[in-house]
Design a binder for this molecule. Structure first.
Ligand code: G6P
Length: 369
């Protein structure tokens, strides 16, 4: 097992550090930035189903559901197709309205999650075209779907999903770009810019991993916290949810992810000097709005841990701690901002003496209801 961990203390850490290379594996042979092309057999062979789609439904559970939420923002912005994202467990039991003009995308690392599999069967019965985004080759979900795209992240052993999440987002971004090209919904220059920015993501993830030391330091300050709030807006709202989930899963600290603007409708009541608040505040996106949220937290003495774009001065002046990630466009920023949040939860869990790779009560894949 020590050998399998490749020199790391835990599989989770190994998998966090694999992200630059597995994201590359995910887009290899598919992303051709120089030629301005995305080639994905599962999409290209079924292009009519996608071009006729009146909407896209996304079903998933856990971390995969968070990747689906990021995809919702990306698909709607890039390809201008309405998207609905739903927990598979809710979808399957509520007699959803589905027809043969719908495309359903099921996202699953293991390809074995019972609720996701059941949602797929239901959608197929109602005539939808079902596309899978799975990691495990030959898994039940990959066999049950009409077509799909593998994430090629390699085996993920740690129960808390890390590299599966970023590779899912990579695949979904490529699908959105492919559809944007088909529908002409992005300007030529934006389309090409996104292709080359996506190509540069692995290098930038590598740079984001250099936040390991600073996150470890921050972890030592907050390891005994009882609660933690995660806030983000737009593309980084799902990152806030995912950051909170990671912390809950492996450190057993109660954490909540919230859209930053919703803070005033509830969570703000919780803020005092005991409350660490992780705010995801990259320069692109709704930066000024997030800065005012940070001011609101500060005026209530909350402890601010901010994930910012490299070189940011404004948030640095307000926050108790800053974690810098490289710059990229708003839509691709989740691939970078999520990295320090994975590291933060990892270090906190290790410092609390938790079983990082196999947290209590959790299973890597939930094959029963
Ligand atoms: C379990 C795992 C999570 C995972 C979720 C969905 O809860 O512990 O890490 O995100 O299932 O799994 P899937 O394999 O369908 O992505």
């Amino acid at each position: 097992e020590q050998i399998e961990k490749g020199g790391y203390d835990h599989f989770m850490m190994k998998e966090i550090y694999e992200q630059p290379s597995v994201i590359k594996d995910t887009y290899r042979g598919r992303l051709h930035a120089n030629e301005g092309l995305i080639k994905m057999a599962g999409i290209d062979d079924n292009i009519e189903r996608f071009s006729n789609a009146q909407r896209i439904l996304i079903v998933a559970c856990g971390t995969s559901w968070h990747a689906g939420l990021v995809a919702e923002y990306i698909f709607e912005e890039f390809a201008r197709i309405p998207v609905e994202v739903e927990y598979a467990s809710e979808f399957r039991y509520r007699n959803p309205i589905i027809n043969d003009k719908d495309v359903l995308i099921a996202i699953s690392q293991s390809g074995e999650t019972a609720d996701t599999l059941a949602a797929i069967k239901l959608a197929k019965e109602k005539g939808a075209f079902v596309f899978g985004v799975c990691n495990v080759v030959g898994s039940s979900i990959s066999r049950e779907t009409h077509a799909g795209a593998y994430t090629h992240a390699g085996p993920e052993i740690g129960v808390a999903s890390t590299k599966a999440f970023t590779t899912q987002i990579t695949v979904l971004t490529m699908i959105a770009l492919r559809l944007a090209k088909l529908k002409g919904t992005l300007s030529n220059s934006d389309y090409h810019r996104y292709l080359s920015e996506l190509e540069m993501i692995p290098e930038k993830v590598q740079e984001a991993l250099q936040t390991n030391e600073v996150t470890k330091q921050i972890a030592s300050v907050y390891k005994d916290a009882q609660n933690c709030l995660y806030l983000g807006r737009g593309y980084n709202f799902p990152v806030a949810l995912e950051g909170a989930l990671k912390l809950k899963e492996i450190s057993y600290i109660h954490a909540e992810g919230y859209p930053a603007a919703e803070m005033k409708h509830g969570p703000i009541a919780l803020i005092d000097e005991q409350m660490p608040v992780v705010v995801i505040a990259p320069k692109q996106g709704h930066y000024d709005k997030v800065v005012s949220n940070i001011q609101e937290i500060k005026s209530r003495s909350g402890k601010i841990i901010a994930v910012v774009t490299k070189g940011d001065e404004q948030v640095r002046a307000l926050a108790d701690h800053v974690i810098e990630v490289p710059e990229t466009s708003d839509a691709l920023s989740p691939l970078l901002t999520t990295i320090p949040l994975q590291l933060l939860s990892y270090h906190i869990a290790v410092m609390r003496g938790c079983n990082v790779d196999q947290p209590r009560n959790l299973a890597k894949s939930v094959t029963v209801e």
